[in-house]
Every structure is written in structure tokens, then in C-alpha cells.
Write a protein that binds this ligand. Structure first.
Ligand SMILES: C[S@@+](CC[C@H](N)C(=O)[O-])C[C@H]1O[C@@H](n2cnc3c(N)ncnc32)[C@H](O)[C@@H]1O
Length: 187
């Protein structure tokens, strides 16, 4: 059971994550439009083949930056191939993270963790780390797949976020997903 929970999405099925049909159901710009503004520095953690990273880079514009981070080199390679020789190459930094550590120090305006938190071995550590690199007025968007994550598991995830000093402020409606937007609690 725990193996199922922490099962890591293989590179071989990257095509299921990045295709026109998904774009129709879960359009990155429509989902992220309330949260990402021009000039922001944003993180797409567990970016996979970059279904969200590319649109995020278009949204932050020339002055903004996207850090696209994943555990699997093969996922980063797919994103790298997609942006090669485009203007987005300058805007997107590919970052290979560890299983239990993202390993960034710069402060971020926005963090996206889409369909990745249930794959993490240490959710509490993940929220402590993301809280430490989030700007005081920054936001974290968590989305989890309804078919893999039960209500109880999602509630446990939100509890771990609270324990790390993050508070839920919103749950945007999103097809096939459980979501929460987190902000830093006022000290
Ligand atoms: C289901 S995919 C989602 C990809 C992307 N966020 C999307 O929605 O298209 C989960 C991704 O999280 C990555 N991942 C799993 N465990 C991770 C970890 N500990 N740190 C960073 N990324 C991880 C996997 O390699 C995979 O690319």
C-alpha cells in the first residue's frame, strides 16, 4: 500500500501528462491565471515533462523566471528538448532535485506542486522546505488526483502543511482534482 502511495510516475508515460486532450481538460493558463503575474519567480516542483512549466514561463514574461524541478532526469530532458532554441530556454531553469529535498535557496513568489505530493516520501519535510523558500506574500498551489488520493489522505496532507506554518486559503475547483492554495501564516 505504501509502495502504491509513493509510486513515482515513470518517464515512459510522460505522453499521458503532456498532450492536447489534457490541455482541453486542464488548461494551465486558465488554472494558474489568478496566481501567476509577469515578473514573478516561480517553481514547478515535480514538473514532469513540463505541461505546466511552459505556460508558466509565458505567463511570467521576459522579466520572470521558472524553476522546473524533478527527481527524474528523463522528465527534465523532455522539457529541455521542448524549449530548446526557443525564447523560453532563457526563462526556464531545469533543476534536478533529491527525493527528500528540492535544494533551492532563492525566495519564490509561487510554487506549483501538481499531482506530485502523494509521490513524496516526506510530505512534512516538503512543506517545511517550501515554506522556507516562499516569499511572505507567496502562494503554493497543491493539486492531487482524485483517483489516487483519498479525502483522508488529502486532509492529512493539509494538516502537515499547517504544521509547517502554512494556511489553506482557497480550494479552486478543478476537474479530477483535490486542490488547496496555501499561504504563510502571519507570525
Ligand atoms: C504525476 S507526475 C506530474 C507531473 C506534472 N506536475 C504534471 O502535472 O504534468 C509526478 C512527477 O513528480 C515527480 N516526482 C516524484 N517524486 C518526486 C520528488 N521526491 N521530488 C521531485 N519530483 C518528484 C515525478 O518524477 C513526476 O515527474
Amino acid at each position: 500500500m505504501s509502495n502504491r502511495k509513493h509510486h513515482i510516475c515513470p518517464v515512459e508515460i510522460a505522453g499521458f501528462l503532456d498532450n492536447t486532450f489534457r490541455r482541453w481538460l486542464q488548461h494551465p493558463k486558465k488554472i494558474l491565471e489568478p496566481y501567476i503575474k509577469e515578473g514573478m519567480t516561480v517553481l514547478d516542483v515535480g514538473c514532469g515533462p513540463g505541461f505546466f512549466s511552459v505556460d508558466m514561463a509565458q505567463m511570467v514574461g521576459e522579466r520572470g523566471r521558472v524553476i522546473a524541478s524533478d527527481l527524474q532526469e528523463g522528465m527534465l530532458q523532455k522539457l529541455g528538448d521542448k524549449i530548446q532554441n526557443t525564447e523560453l530556454e532563457e526563462r526556464i531553469t531545469l533543476h534536478k532535485c533529491e527525493n527528500d529535498k528540492i535544494g533551492l535557496s532563492q525566495q519564490l513568489d509561487f510554487i506549483l506542486a501538481f499531482y506530485v505530493v502523494h509521490e513524496l516520501p516526506d510530505q512534512a519535510g516538503f512543506f517545511r522546505e517550501t515554506a522556507s523558500i516562499l516569499k511572505p506574500d507567496g502562494q503554493i498551489f497543491i493539486a492531487e488526483p482524485v483517483f489516487h488520493v483519498s479525502n483522508a489522505d488529502f486532509e492529512a496532507t493539509v494538516r502537515k502543511a499547517r504544521e509547517a506554518g502554512l494556511i489553506p486559503v482557497e480550494s479552486p475547483r478543478l476537474l479530477f482534482s483535490k486542490t488547496v492554495i496555501l499561504k504563510k501564516a502571519d507570525l
